[in-house]
Design a protein around this ligand. Sequence first.
Ligand code: SAM
Ligand code: SF4
Ligand code: SF4
Length: 335
Amino acid sequence: MALTDEYGRPLRDLRVSVTDRCNFRCTYCMPKEIFNREWEFLARDSLLSFEEITRIVGLFSRLGVTKLRITGGEPMMRRGIVDLVSRLARIQEIDDIAMTTNGSLLERHAANLAVAGLDRVSVSLDSLDNATFMAMNDAGFSVDRVLEGIDAAAAAALTPIKINMVVQRGVNDGDVLAVAEYFRDTGHIVRFIEYMDVGHTNGWRLNDVVPAAEIVDIVASAHEIEPLEAQYPGEVARRWGYIDGSGEFGVISSVSQPFCGSCVRARISAEGMLYTCLFATSGIDLRRPLRDGSSDEELMSLISKVWEKRNDRYSEIRSEAIVNLPKVEMSYIGG
Ligand code: SAM
Ligand code: SF4
Ligand code: SF4
């Protein structure tokens, strides 16, 4: 019988963070003042090895997971990432492997990742305006570098490519239309993401969120669009199509219109902690049983028990009282 949680939600998607390190310092994710020399990143030997990651993903696949996303930190900063993908691609039940990346190392790795078995990439790009983009990544990376990465991913058929743009009021909301128009007709799908209160270091305020409805209005002010059906149950983005057939975009409205009811996703941090919600304050250690000789059956039983007891619905019950809890950081849990 399929594994379901307290609200009847199955376990279908798994996100694995392979590093908590990143070469960007996006102000909404890893603000430089906090993620500086003093910040203690995970030690090398605390990271799950490729063998451990492959084993754990294999076990999740036996429990119903068919979709896998590799993330971070910046996943391409994990040494040997191509080798890891080739191991994961051999797991039969996983029929879709995607990676979320800031695009900075994509030009270098796209072709090899595709050969290794990666199916597609989501590339984060918050503005096409160089000054705005550089202020947001706060690490001196130009828009061109990311666009070159996107071209390399397209050439390697890591498609359809999603372009993730986190929209922050007064920061890059003026760039929504330019980004939508740039990628219209390219086959790439822009997904505008509401700025979320993940972690507790980015100083999130509700006033900084541009609600999805407002984002849709911005695009609709210049183009005729219509809502599209979800492609599969649990799809987080609400899809919109251009009536002239020039493609589609999506909005991810985690704050203004939460979608916890259909959330079928588990997450594993780079050191092997299992989280059943992006906004969790604590997780379940899988590394210890992985390393103390536990059998596959014991590990699967542990994961099943955690999922069966799951009752997370943070975005639906978000309130002043819980916004400031010490939630795990986005760069750690992996978006
Ligand atoms: N470094 C990779 C990247 O940026 O694509 C992967 C990890 S990053 C944590 C995953 C996604 O989370 C990115 O698209 C990023 O823009 C998004 N993200 C990070 N902090 C966020 C926040 N506070 N609200 C909404 N999205 C956020
Ligand atoms: Fe790095 Fe991605 Fe976070 Fe930006 S959003 S700091 S690229 S992990
Ligand atoms: Fe899923 Fe938690 Fe996000 Fe709700 S808040 S959609 S339960 S990750």
